[in-house]
Design a protein around this ligand. Structure first.
Ligand code: PLP
Length: 485
């Protein structure tokens, strides 16, 4: 054990600390060390390679084909950003280093990544300051609502409710409830946006704030958002921007300019970082002036001598929200992504995301019913009601696509639309790839007329076909060999 440790440290370049700076000599107590060798399966290298290769080939990823999941922004993650995140100068850093006496000078590069990312995201969203700590979008929401609660507490406001449109992502009401608020749901109008008259009807002095996704999960940008912000501010409420759909507006419209006080962005959606398996994500939170003093600690500040340091001295802070500084490897990828694209590239990203979604909408609307027949933003929302009349449901179409080696779009979400099929091609897909997807969707529609029964035992190409989805979610069994047996 000792030998391996010494070897791995000395084998890497540039990270030998001078003796004087090694403040803590770590020694693992005997009671924590393994007393006997672990029993590991004895298999040949080839068997191991084949096992993992087989598993990896069963895994669908955006590296394999289009991944048009609406509300998820499953776009291509540039390999360049992976390379940056793998640089030993970053990934060999110990997270405690900046807290050791004199340790900060060894991590100036890493602190600069965090510091610059905060500033760039502030610029992109029109916010005053950011924290990079939250570990997912939902975690960012909770952080944002805690900031909101801290603001009301500091002002002595008595607040009970958070207003959320009925089209919202499920994490919105969950985060608000975890933070101790009661939720008021407001219905959407016929065009897909929040119904402002219904909002007025529920607005009282007890409303802490409103959570809104712009554009929302209907793929619609609510043009009344500034008016909504005025209403919420009139009761000293806070406007929360769920930035999961920022991929549609980045470089074109800033939440801070249209009345929002706090935002989260999903680096794994908008900023091209990997996304899946429940993590690692990253949901940095930005705030305007009103909420800045409540931001989590630690914060990164630039001292007069130009040195970046961690500052814990914020008495009004909501405290720690994550261990250390957030998912640093993910933040690094987003940082590299922002440098790679530059401001023009980020703007082009959202332009193309919107263009691609409208292309898919325009080509498929002859076959599937559009939920809202209007120009959409980064995703288009259909309903499979016409196909359902022939006995083929949204889930059947999804299963059909799996057999065509295409990842299905999001189905049955948002809940406001029956038999919803929500397609988000993202900006990284070519017209050729989208055409293959569109043709498969057209074919599914044709088959729903000619042979609706065919759908019921699809997919045929997968090791499992139609699990009991509720049970599968509760009693997850991901042992491939057990399933095959
Ligand atoms: C994805 C998403 C979230 C949650 O983000 P996670 O990173 O998955 O926790 C919240 N709101 C919307 C609209 C989303 O699409």
């Amino acid at each position: 054990m000792k030998l391996i440790f010494e070897k791995s440290v000395s084998g890497r370049q540039g990270f030998k600390l001078p003796e004087s700076d090694v403040a803590v000599q770590t020694k693992i107590a005997d009671k924590y060390l393994r007393q006997a060798d672990a029993t590991l399966p004895e298999v040949s290298e080839l068997d191991v390679v084949r096992h993992f290769t087989q598993l990896s080939q069963m895994n669908f990823s955006v590296d394999a084909n289009l991944y048009p999941l609406g509300s998820c922004t499953m776009k291509y993650n540039p390999k360049y950003t992976e390379k940056v995140a793998a640089m030993p100068g970053f990934c060999d850093l110990h997270p405690l280093l900046p807290q050791l006496k004199g340790g900060e000078r060894y991590v100036q590069g890493a602190l600069e990544v965090l510091y610059d990312s905060e500033r760039w995201l502030s610029e992109i969203t029109g916010m005053k300051a950011f924290t990079m700590q939250p570990l997912a979008g939902a975690h960012g929401e909770l952080t944002g609502i805690m900031l909101m609660a801290a603001y009301h507490k500091a002002k002595g406001n008595k607040k009970k409710y958070i207003i959320i449109p009925d089209s919202a992502h499920g994490t919105n009401p969950a985060s608000a409830a975890v933070a101790g608020y009661q939720i008021i749901s407001v219905a959407s109008d016929k065009k897909g946006g929040m119904d402002i008259e219904k909002l007025k009807a529920v607005l009282t002095d007890e409303v802490a704030g409103l959570m809104m996704t712009c554009p929302d999960t209907h793929g619609v940008f609510n043009s009344q958002v500034s008016e909504i912000a005025k209403l919420i501010h009139s009761v000293d409420g806070i406007m929360y921007y769920d930035g999961a759909n920022l991929n549609a507006t980045m470089g074109r419209c800033r939440p801070g300019d249209i009345g929002f006080d706090v935002v989260h962005v999903n680096l794994h959606k908008t900023f091209g970082t990997p996304h899946g398996g429940g993590g690692p994500g990253s949901g940095p939170v930005g705030v305007g002036e009103k909420l800045e003093r409540f931001l989590p600690i630690s914060r990164i500040v630039k001292r007069n001598d130009g040195m970046l340091v961690l500052d814990y001295n914020y008495p009004d802070s909501i405290g720690y929200i994550a261990s250390f500084y957030g998912n640093f490897g993910i933040i690094l990828r987003a940082y590299a992504y922002m440098i790679l694209l530059g401001s023009d590239g980020l703007k082009a990203t959202s332009d193309h995301a919107v263009l691609n979604a409208n292309y898919v909408a325009a080509r498929l609307k002859k076959y599937y019913q559009l939920a809202f027949d209007r120009i959409c933003m980064h995703e288009c929302l259909f309903s499979a009601l016409k196909q359902t009349e022939r006995g083929v449901h949204a889930i059947d179409i999804a299963k059909y696509l799996i057999d065509q080696r295409i990842h299905p779009p999001t189905v049955y979400f948002p809940l406001t639309v029956k038999e919803a099929i929500m397609i988000e091609p993202t900006e990284t897909e070519s017209k050729e790839t989208m055409d293959v997807f569109i043709e498969a969707m057209v074919e599914a529609d044709a088959l729903s007329r000619s042979n609706p029964e065919l759908f019921h035992d699809l997919p045929k190409t997968m090791p499992i076909s139609r699990p009991d989805e509720t049970r599968a979610a509760r009693e997850m069994n991901v042992n491939f060999f057990a399933l095959k047996a």
